[in-house]
Design a protein around this ligand. Structure first.
Ligand code: SF4
Ligand code: SF4
Length: 215
């Protein structure tokens, strides 16, 4: 799958609102800042350990919400593959660059929840170079292993072509995108709630805030 070269998702028809996270912001990860990237990974790893150790019933709900994200990705995958495959494979420009493959903080949280192991990302490589996850046959990652923005970035030509060729599949695609966005938002909201008000409240919150303030 390829992504648009702009930082703004072009999937207007699925409703930008559906993609927007109605949450307090997670920390920003700046491309190229290897130290911040590593710190975020360590922090999220520790927070998950603490969440799991807490034996809070909400942890089970969090796991179920994480599974719903993966299920939504898997349901969407064949539709996305069908409509991006023929067009992107013959695209003269392509648009998979490191900047887009770079995960943000929320992605790292979701990856941890899903137990995603992926080849380490090197954010010190030039951001506009071809994405380090791009292989001869397209992206080497499963869709749920990619940065979330990779799911939303399509050029207008691709979307127009898809809608014109198969309006019914396009409708299913829009519905699938909305379901995925809802599942992800629901998970991240539950995660934040647990972090901020879990049984081990003082420890989790102070750790989280300390790391946020040190950025
Ligand atoms: S067709 Fe569009 S989305 Fe696909 S690679 Fe080309 S520019 Fe990117
Ligand atoms: S991870 Fe990289 S190769 Fe894969 S879809 Fe995203 S930008 Fe393209």
């Amino acid at each position: 799958m390829h992504i648009h070269t702009s930082d703004t998702p072009t999937l207007a028809s699925a409703g930008p609102k559906a993609h927007r996270l109605e949450l307090s912001p997670f920390p920003e990860l700046e491309y190229g800042d290897m130290e911040a990237y590593r710190r975020a990974e360590r922090e999220i790893c520790m927070l998950f350990q603490m969440i799991r150790d807490s034996r809070d019933m909400k942890v089970r709900q969090l796991n179920l919400k994480a599974r719903a994200i993966k299920a939504s990705f898997l349901a969407l995958d064949p539709i996305l593959a069908r409509f991006t495959g023929p067009v992107c494979a013959s695209c003269p420009t392509g648009c998979c660059v490191n900047r887009h493959g770079f995960p943000d903080y929320e992605d790292l949280v979701v990856f941890r929840a899903l137990g995603v192991e992926r080849a380490d990302f090197d954010p010190t490589l030039p951001d506009q170079d071809l994405c380090q996850y791009l292989g001869d046959r397209g992206c080497m990652l499963e869709r749920y292993q990619r940065s979330y923005r990779c799911t939303w970035f399509f050029c207008d030509g691709l979307l127009d072509d898809f809608e014109a060729r198969d309006p019914e599949a396009f409708r299913l695609f829009e519905e699938g995108c909305s379901r995925l966005a809802e599942a992800r938002n629901s998970f991240l909201t539950a995660y934040q709630t647990l972090i901020r008000s879990g049984p081990d409240q003082r420890g989790i919150i102070s750790m989280h805030l300390t790391s946020l303030h040190s950025r």
